[in-house]
Structures are given as C-alpha cells and as structure tokens.
Design a protein around this ligand. Structure first.
Ligand SMILES: Cc1ncc(COP(=O)(O)O)c(C=O)c1O
Length: 403
C-alpha cells in the first residue's frame, strides 16, 4: 500500500493556502481615496519623499531614489556609475533576466558567472576569476532568501576598482552583519513588483550612501532635472553622456509602500519563524536541504524558501515529479527561473553577452533541476501549518522509492 497521496495514500493536509498577497488595509485605502480626490498623483509627493527617507534609513543608507520598477533602478545605477558601451558587467547565471538585461540597456555586456551550490548566489571566487580588463561592474543578487557574500564582493570590487551594485529585489529588509542589504555596495537596487515582500504592484528604489551617485541617479530617472527642481525651472542641464529617462513613480505607489514598510519587520520575523519550523522538520531527512542563508545574514527577507532536492535517491527524481507529489500532499511548490541565458525571454545575440567558462554547471543543475521554491506568502502562516509543510517535504523525500 502506497504512503504517498498521489498513489492513494492519505495526504498530510488539505490544500495549504498562502496568505493573500499583497496585504491590504482600510487605513491605506482611505489614504488612496484622499490622494485620488486631491488630484496630486505624480512624483515627488510627500508620501514618496517620506518613503524614500524611511526605506533608506531602515537599510542604513543615506539616500533613496524611488522609480517605476526594479529593472530601471538597475539601469539608472549603472548609468550613474558611468557603465556603458564596451564595458563588461559580471552577473550571476541564476537570477531574473532583468539583472542582465539592464546591463545590456546601457550598452554593456553581461558576463554570466556561476553560483555557489549552498547560497545559490553569485560565487565570489568564480566572479573574481572572470574579471577582464573590460570588467567595470559587478552585480551580486541576494537571491530568493539568501545573501551573496557582500564582504567578499566589496573586497573584490575595491581590489579591481569595480562598481558594485547589490540587486536586492528579493531581500527587502534583510540585514548583513547588522546593516541593511543595499547599503554595502555603491548602489542597492530593489523591486516592489506585485510578488515582492514589499509591494505596490510595480515600483523600485535605489539606495546609496554616495551624494554624487544619488544626484546622478535622480537625474537619470527624471529626464535630467535635479531633485526638487520644478519642471521647466532647471538652472543647468544634466552632464553630457548621462542618458536621462522618465522613470518616475506616482504618489499611489509611494502611499502604499510607506504604510507597508511599517509592517516589514514583523513580516520578516514571521517568515523566519515559519522557515525555522520547516527547517527543523527536515533537518534529519537526508536528500533535501534548504538554500543556505548567507554567512552573515540575519535576519533574512525571504522571497521564497528554496528547497534543494539533491541528496542520495531523491536527486534522480525529476523536479516536476517532486512538485506533483508535494501538491498531492497539500503543498504547492514552484520551479526556479533557470539560468538567464537559457530563459525563453532572453534574446540577446551571441556577441551581446558572455557565459564564463562556456557554461555554469551549478546554476544549470543544482539551481534549476534540483531546486523547488515555496513562495513567501506561504511562510506567513501559523506554526501548525508551517509544521505541516515541513512534514510534507519530509514525507515525500523519505518515500522517494515510490517515485
Ligand atoms: C533579481 C531581480 N532583479 C530585478 C528584478 C526586476 O524588478 P521589476 O520586476 O520590478 O522590474 C526582479 C524582478 O522580479 C528580480 O527578481
């Protein structure tokens, strides 16, 4: 008699539901109504200025520059750093395609480097080995629920005179060695797209401690106007060679984010609590492990809980089968992005990018074929549900021989 629900056994749980996402509140809805009736919808509202200051402060940075999404924040960071045509920029092989596409938007060449099998983040040693005389910047991504080793990347960036951008799209509120992510590199770039742990549907922000970079990022997002300069009232134009766009966000997004930020610490605490319960449940189950959090990461800002099924036995079971079996037990997992250079939407010509060493085996195998993701809204649950999720994963792995 089979134990697994897919083959007639008793499921661990009824279908486990994630918390509704993004969170909503009556008081934010009131503010949105007031804002709508005020007719003052555009950029640089008081809400936007307050949010920029509060978000920067939360992460230990001096400046925050709000924008329409977390792709153009990367682009503006690169532009502000003077990265462009003929330059190479190192990016991880496993990330959302935006990290690499932003590099291309400024005319530079993304160079894909492999990830670590533990954190699933950019491998510092491989990144340093991939540096050429053309390398001008490096973009580690704090992926899913882990942190790239930012100390090592700072050392590498200093040694080779590289511009360092932290892509923090997955890590709102996370801290490295006691200070917020995004405040360690030259610029930190965040996304507030619908699925992110702080969300206004769309949105993004650059954080920096550098006054001059903050100024240049602002010019790049506001068609060349400086901060608090009314349209039509500039005294000087932007510097020659700095392409400037309109990437301004609206007061609606800022109003939502400002309110949501107040709950971010609690949210992260809840996520870390649920993750700890799940980890505990599978601690003694050989075959499955959880993405390592990053050497000095505490707390983490989980975007997903990445489960790596690469131990003896289960590693030979196709990931889609594991996902199917977990779903039958009550838990819906998803797959990862896969390597950027193999993504369906990645359409750069061969001479527009480079894959270090021709392939990135860890990203292609461990990071793609062996890794399933539990989306963060599942982590906002009670302890009993977290324990059930752990039980499901443990059950599936222990009974891999049925698969
Ligand atoms: C790692 C990473 N970087 C950048 C982005 C781009 O953010 P946005 O979707 O807000 O443009 C995303 C979005 O999912 C992401 O996951």
């Amino acid at each position: 008699m089979s134990k697994l629900a897919l083959f007639g056994g008793t499921p661990v749980s009824e279908k486990i539901c994630p918390q509704p996402w993004p969170p909503i509140s009556e008081s934010t809805a009131d503010k949105m109504r007031e804002l709508y009736l005020s007719r003052k919808w555009s950029f640089n509202s008081q809400a936007e200025q307050d949010f920029e200051a509060a978000y920067a402060d939360y992460h230990g940075a001096k400046h925050g520059i709000f924008m329409v999404n977390g792709t153009v924040t990367l682009e503006c960071a690169l532009l502000a750093g003077g990265i462009g045509e003929g330059d190479e920029v190192i990016v991880p092989a496993l990330t959302w395609i935006a990290t690499a596409m932003a590099v291309r938007y400024v005319g530079a060449i993304p160079v894909f480097v492999d990830i670590e099998p533990t954190t699933l983040c950019l491998d510092p040693e491989k990144a340093e080995a991939a540096i050429t005389p053309k390398t001008k910047a490096i973009i580690p991504v704090h992926l899913y629920g882990s942190m790239a080793d930012i100390d090592k990347f700072k050392t590498i960036a200093d040694k080779h005179n590289l511009f360092l951008i932290e892509d923090c799209a997955h890590m709102q509120g996370g801290k490295w060695n006691g200070r917020g992510v995004g405040s360690w590199g030259n610029v930190g770039s965040f996304s507030f797209q619908q699925s992110k742990t702080l969300s206004s549907g769309e949105g993004g922000i650059c954080l920096t401690n550098d006054d001059d970079l903050a100024k240049r990022i602002y010019l790049a997002k506001h068609i060349g106007y400086g901060k608090n300069t009314a349209q039509g009232a500039a005294n000087e134009g932007p510097p020659v060679g700095l392409p400037c766009h309109n990437y301004r966000g609206t007061a609606f997004e800022a109003t939502i984010l400002k309110d949501q930020l107040e709950g971010l610490s609690d949210l992260i605490e809840r996520y870390n609590r649920s993750a700890a319960i799940i980890k505990d449940k599978i601690a003694d189950v050989p075959g499955v492990r959880i993405q390592t959090k990053g050497r000095l990461a505490s707390p983490q800002g989980y975007y997903t809980l990445a489960l790596i099924f690469d131990g003896k036995g289960i590693k030979d079971v196709p990931l889609m089968r594991i996902i199917e079996v977990c779903a039958a037990e009550g838990l819906q997992l998803g797959g990862t992005y896969g390597p950027v250079y193999q993504h369906l939407l990645f359409n750069l010509a061969e001479d527009e990018y480079r894959v270090d060493g021709e392939s990135c085996p860890v990203a292609e195998s461990t990071g793609t074929e062996k890794t399933a993701m539990l989306a963060h809204p599942y982590l906002g649950c009670d302890d009993e549900t977290a324990a059930q999720m752990g039980d499901i994963i443990a059950k599936v792995v222990k009974n891999y021989k049925e698969l």
